[in-house]
Design a protein around this ligand. Structure first.
Ligand code: GDP
Length: 210
């Protein structure tokens, strides 16, 4: 299995709508989370690149999908949450539609990293996303972030509750405790990502024919 070097992630492009995305080829893994769950910090920790997450920070402004290249075939996709107070209801609805469409139609999308604050897991935002992912039979790996904020016992308790909730779902859903600040759980996260990035590349056959 190829181990991906996540420190090699480089900014590729932003897209405000799906039509602006690059060709639906290779493998994408998307990261999403309600604002303030720590998605930027997770990206920072994974790539060891603070500039990357800064690119991704667009609070209250136009919602953009940010794409980062890991190699020629593999991309990490930063999907903004829509929890920003300053965004109007109409914009939020628009954004939800784009997000749902991306999750259901993007063929090269192999998995979704869903970042939650371990102190407030499974919010309405998270449940919506899990629902869409289940509808598209898309695999989801949940990061229960900010685990450093809880005692070991409370962390285990939340893990158990979330594990129970996701056991009911028909798609492949896994979860782990994580701390973007302390770096706890990075190895497990990379193992999940590596597994997804080592699946067959979408469009490889057509590419080889060209
Ligand atoms: P985003 O809005 O989801 O991108 O969240 P940020 O990455 O900006 O993080 C929101 C806040 O949570 C910041 O103040 C971070 O320092 C803090 N934060 C993020 N991850 C962790 C973590 O693992 N532990 C703790 N204690 N704080 C965190």
């Amino acid at each position: 299995m190829t181990k991906i070097d996540y420190q090699r992630a480089t900014f590729l492009q932003s897209a405000a709508k799906l039509s602006q995305l690059p060709a639906d080829r290779g493998i994408e893994v998307a990261v999403v989370g309600r604002s303030n769950a720590g998605k930027s910090s997770v990206l920072n920790q994974l790539t060891q690149n603070s500039k990357l997450a800064r690119v991704s920070k667009t609070p209250g402004r136009t919602q953009l999908i940010n794409l980062f290249g890991l190699d020629t075939n593999r991309r990490l996709v930063d999907l903004p949450g829509y929890g920003y107070a300053k965004v109007s209801a109409a914009l939020k609805a628009d954004w939800q539609e784009t997000l749902a469409e991306y999750l259901s139609d993007r063929e090269c999308l192999k998995g979704l990293i869903l970042v939650m604050d371990i102190r407030h897991p499974l919010t309405e935002f998270d449940l919506n996303l899990l629902d869409w992912a289940m509808g598209s039979d898309l695999a989801v790996h949940i990061l229960l972030n900010k685990a450093d904020k809880l005692s070991f016992g409370a962390m285990k308790d939340t893990m158990r509750k979330v594990s129970q909730a996701i056991a009911e779902m028909s798609n492949e859903v896994t979860c782990q405790a994580f701390s973007a600040i302390k770096g706890t759980g990075v190895k497990e996260l990379k193992e999940q990502l590596d597994a997804w990035y080592n699946s067959p590349l979408v469009g490889e056959f057509e590419q080889n024919k060209e």
